[in-house]
Design a binder for this molecule. Structure first.
Ligand code: S3P
Length: 169
């Protein structure tokens, strides 16, 4: 199947966006991209270093720049950084150029997936279920605003989630 639009995968850190994107590429041959990877290759610095040296606002600006580039294309599965929903401009760019699929996961599941990672500056010093729950709660209204569809991911493999997405597009 040829995708006419893009498919944006959004959701909290550890919701499974990258794994689902990979499964969509492997199963259906879709081209995939990842906003975090685009940012890293543009800035030639890992994400924690961008936050540390240039600050979150700078990171958010670059995130919008790479999203704009992606929104000009068609037929891509785009795995988005968890905070992409924070800006109205980003939410608009995604909706105008594709389906925006929210991957849902519980705080405990998220914690289990992210707890050993060192690449998420927002969770540095806050690596616990309570903090994840708090941030998720704060962001939920924005995820709701940004999405066009949502998928519960609990207990499902990335392949199964990819199949569910495929059936709805
Ligand atoms: C962020 C999520 C990260 C990354 C950055 C900020 C966030 O991406 O963009 O650390 O604000 O939720 P993942 O969702 O892929 O971990």
């Amino acid at each position: 199947m040829q995708l006419k639009k893009n498919i944006y995968l959004i959701g909290f850190m550890g919701a499974g966006k990258s794994s689902v994107s990979r499964a969509m590429a492997e199963k259906y041959g879709f081209r995939e991209t990842d906003t975090d990877e685009m940012i890293v290759s543009r800035e030639k610095m890992p994400i924690p270093q961008i936050f540390e040296k240039k600050g979150e606002a700078y990171f958010r600006n670059v995130e919008t720049i790479v999203l704009k580039e992606t929104a000009k294309k068609r037929g891509m599965v785009v795995s988005c950084g968890g905070g992409v929903i924070l800006k109205e401009e980003n939410r608009r760019l995604m909706k105008e150029s594709g389906e925006v699929i929210l991957l849902l996961a519980k705080p405990k599941t998220i914690y289990e997936r992210v707890k050993n990672g060192k690449n998420r500056p927002l969770l540095n010093g806050n690596m616990n279920v309570e903090y994840i729950e708090k941030l998720l709660k704060e962001r939920t209204p924005l995820y709701e605003l940004a999405k066009t569809r949502e998928i519960a991911t609990e207990g499902k493999t990335p392949e199964r989630i990819a199949e569910e997405i495929y059936r709805t597009i």
